[in-house]
Design a protein around this ligand. Structure first.
Ligand code: DX5
Ligand code: ZN
Length: 220
């Protein structure tokens, strides 16, 4: 499967999000990653459904919403109504992962689960058939621009093996600290979607990183 790149809008210029999305589209982005923070699960407050709704008519990109919120059950529906294609919730916030995933799918979106660096992959054990995506956090959620945590690499490998041995159509996304230096090990470990925020929007030649990451898959 071809590697996908999902730039995170968190590091974009929020005064012109529509133009920022156009730029990543022109540079070959596959998805746009939307980091939703509620000021509770993590200290920051970021993008709400009204922002998503106003961007939706301006792009055809697949919208990948990463909900870093304490009460995903109360919020996911508004994001689906605003036009996101996939809702990922953090495993740590609910005792009812199975129930919330089923509700997301019933509401018409794809469903994913995100794992913090310290969260074991074993939480996925009985929900594999419900998953469209697993998101391995390679930084602690809350901010862009943090350093990649290499200890998550064995977890990425383990999940990639599970997906392939179970022959399930699940994307394996990795998020946090992805750049030209850290991406090769992540790709080798089996990631199928790479999120990159600061390395795309804040670094020099950031936009060309999108194409460069996609090409890396062929040379590793
Ligand atoms: C962290 C977010 C990430 C973040 C990635 O809480 O989930 O998506 O924006 O940013 P970089 O690529 O700068 O680590
Ligand atoms: Zn994210």
């Amino acid at each position: 499967m071809a590697l996908k790149v999902a730039p995170s809008l968190l590091s974009a210029d929020f005064s012109c999000l529509r133009d920022e999305i156009k730029k990543i589209e022109e540079n070959g982005a596959d998805w746009v990653h939307l980091d939703v923070m509620d000021g509770h699960f993590v200290p920051s407050i970021t993008i709400g459904p009204v922002v998503v709704q106003s961007l939706r008519p301006h792009t055809d990109l697949f919208m990948d919403a990463h909900l870093m919120v304490s009460e995903p059950e109360d919020h996911f529906k508004q994001f689906i109504d605003a036009g996101v294609n996939l809702i990922t919730i953090q495993a740590e916030v609910t005792a009812h992962l199975d129930r919330v995933l089923r509700k997301i799918k019933t509401a018409g979106a794809k469903a994913g689960v995100a794992l913090n660096p310290s969260t074991p992959a074993s939480v996925l054990e009985y929900i594999w058939p419900l998953l469209d995506l697993v998101l391995v956090m390679s930084v602690n959620p809350g901010a862009g621009g943090q350093a990649f945590i290499p200890e998550v690499l064995p977890k990425i490998e383990y999940i990639a093996r599970q997906i392939s041995s179970r022959k399930l159509p699940i994307e394996l996304e990795v998020d946090g600290g992805i750049n030209r230096e850290t991406a090769p090990a992540v790709i080798r470990s089996g990631a199928s979607v790479l999120v990159a925020g600061s390395a795309v929007f804040k670094a020099e030649k950031g936009m060309s990183l999108i194409g460069d990451l996609k090409k890396m898959q062929n040379v590793l």
